[in-house]
Design a protein around this ligand. Structure first.
Ligand code: TYM
Length: 322
C-alpha cells in the first residue's frame, strides 16, 4: 500500500508564493506517489476571519487554487475540515488530556498574545484541532513549512499522551520540511507571511505581482557595483523562479553587471511567466463552480470514511461507547 500524505491550508486570505513553494507544490508533486488527503482548514481560519461572505469566497478560491496548481481530484482526496465533524470531535477529546501550561508554550500563541490580549479560545486551542486533523488519518508524510514544525510536534506529543493513557491508538506523526523550501523569504527578507505584509500573491494580477516584486527591499549598492547574491532578497527568489538563468545571474551579481532594478524586472517577468498558465487554468475551472463544489463534497465523504473509523476506535478507548 502506498504511503499516506496529509496537509492543509487555512482559507484566511489568498495563498502567496511562500504557501505555494513551502507546501502546496509538494502536495502536487507527492500526490503521484502517495495516497493524499489535502484539506482546507476552514475552522482554523474562523479564529481570525469572522466574515461569512469572505470565508465562503476564500474557501472556493482555495479549491480553485489547489486545482489550478495541478492537484488532481481523481487521485487526491480534497476536502474541507468542516465537512468532517470528527476533526472537532477529536479536538475535544484532546482538550481533556492537554494542560493549559503546555499549550501556552506554542510560538503561535505567544505571538498572538503579545499582539492581542483578547485572544480567543480557538487560537489558544489551535494546536489541538491541528492534532486532530493529522491524527485521524495516520499520515506518513505531512508536508509543511518550517513555521508548522512545532504544531506537528504538538500533535506527536498528544498522540503519545493519548496512547499512554488509553492504549496504542495513534500513529506518531512527523513533519516533512524540505530544507530548500522550509522558509520562503518575503519582499523584506523575513519569512513570507500575510501578517508581515511582505507577500507576493500566487494568483495575483500582473500588476499585483509587479508591484510586490519591484517593492522587494534591497541595499544601496550601486547598479555597476559587485553584489553578493547570497544576501540579496531578490536573488533569494530567483532561486525558485529563475532556475534556468541562475548561474548567469549569480555571475552578473558578482561582476557588478546587473542592478537591482533589472534583477527585479527579470524576477517579475519569470513569476508572471510561471503563473500565467496556472491562472488560465484557474479561470476556466471557475466557469464551472458546480463541479468545483462537487469535488469538495465528494472529497468530504471520502475523508469522513477514514476519519470515522478512527473516531469510533477513540470513542471506544475513552469509554463513551456503551
Ligand atoms: P497556513 O495556511 O498558514 O499555511 C499553509 C502552508 O504554507 C506554509 N508556509 C510557508 N512555507 C515556507 N515559507 C513560507 N514563508 C511559508 N508561509 C507559509 C505553512 O508552513 C503551511 O504548511 N496550521 C496550518 C494549516 C493546518 C495544517 C493542519 C497543516 C491546519 N491543520 C494539519 C498540516 C496538517 C497553517 O496555518 O497553514
Amino acid at each position: 500500500m502506498s504511503k499516506r500524505l496529509l496537509s492543509g491550508v487555512k482559507p484566511s486570505g489568498r495563498p502567496h508564493v511562500g504557501n505555494y513553494l513551502g507546501a502546496m507544490r509538494q502536495f502536487v508533486d507527492l500526490a503521484t506517489t502517495h495516497e493524499s488527503y489535502v484539506f482546507i482548514a476552514d475552522y482554523h481560519a474562523l479564529n481570525t476571519l469572522q466574515d461569512p461572505v469572505a470565508l465562503r469566497s476564500n474557501i472556493l478560491d482555495l479549491v480553485l487554487d489547489y486545482l489550478a496548481i495541478g492537484l488532481d481530484p481523481t487521485k487526491v482526496t480534497l476536502f474541507k475540515q468542516s465537512d468532517v465533524p470528527e476533526h472537532t470531535e477529536l479536538c475535544w477529546i484532546f482538550n481533556t488530556i492537554t494542560t493549559m501550561p503546555y499549550l501556552m508554550r506554542a510560538h503561535a500563541f505567544k505571538d498572538a498574545e503579545a499582539k492581542n490580549k483578547d485572544l480567543n479560545v480557538g487560537t489558544f486551542d489551535y494546536p489541538m484541532l491541528m492534532a486532530a486533523d493529522i491524527l485521524l488519518y495516520s499520515p506518513d508524510l505531512i508536508p509543511v513549512g518550517a513555521d508548522q514544525k512545532q504544531h506537528v510536534e504538538f500533535a506527536r506529543d498528544t498522540a503519545e499522551k493519548f496512547n499512554r493513557i488509553y492504549g496504542d491508538t495513534f500513529k506518531l506523526p512527523e513533519a516533512y520540511i524540505p530544507t530548500d523550501v522550509a522558509t520562503i523569504p518575503g519582499t523584506d527578507g523575513q519569512k513570507m507571511s500575510k501578517s508581515y505584509g511582505n507577500t507576493i500573491p500566487l494568483f495575483g494580477t500582473d500588476e499585483e505581482i509587479r508591484k510586490a516584486g519591484m517593492g522587494i527591499i534591497t541595499d544601496s549598492t550601486g547598479t555597476t557595483d559587485p553584489k553578493d547574491p547570497d544576501v540579496c532578497n531578490v536573488f533569494a527568489l530567483h532561486k525558485y523562479f529563475s532556475t534556468d538563468t541562475l548561474i548567469d545571474l549569480d555571475a552578473r551579481y558578482r561582476a557588478g553587471t546587473i542592478g537591482y532594478k533589472e534583477s527585479k524586472e527579470i524576477l517579475v517577468d519569470n513569476l508572471i511567466r510561471f503563473v500565467t498558465p496556472l491562472r488560465e487554468r484557474r479561470a476556466s475551472l471557475a466557469e464551472n463552480m458546480t463541479t468545483v463544489k462537487d469535488i469538495l463534497r465528494e472529497g468530504g465523504i471520502k475523508a469522513r470514511a477514514v476519519a470515522s473509523v478512527k473516531m469510533k476506535a477513540v470513542r471506544e478507548r475513552v469509554g463513551v461507547t456503551v
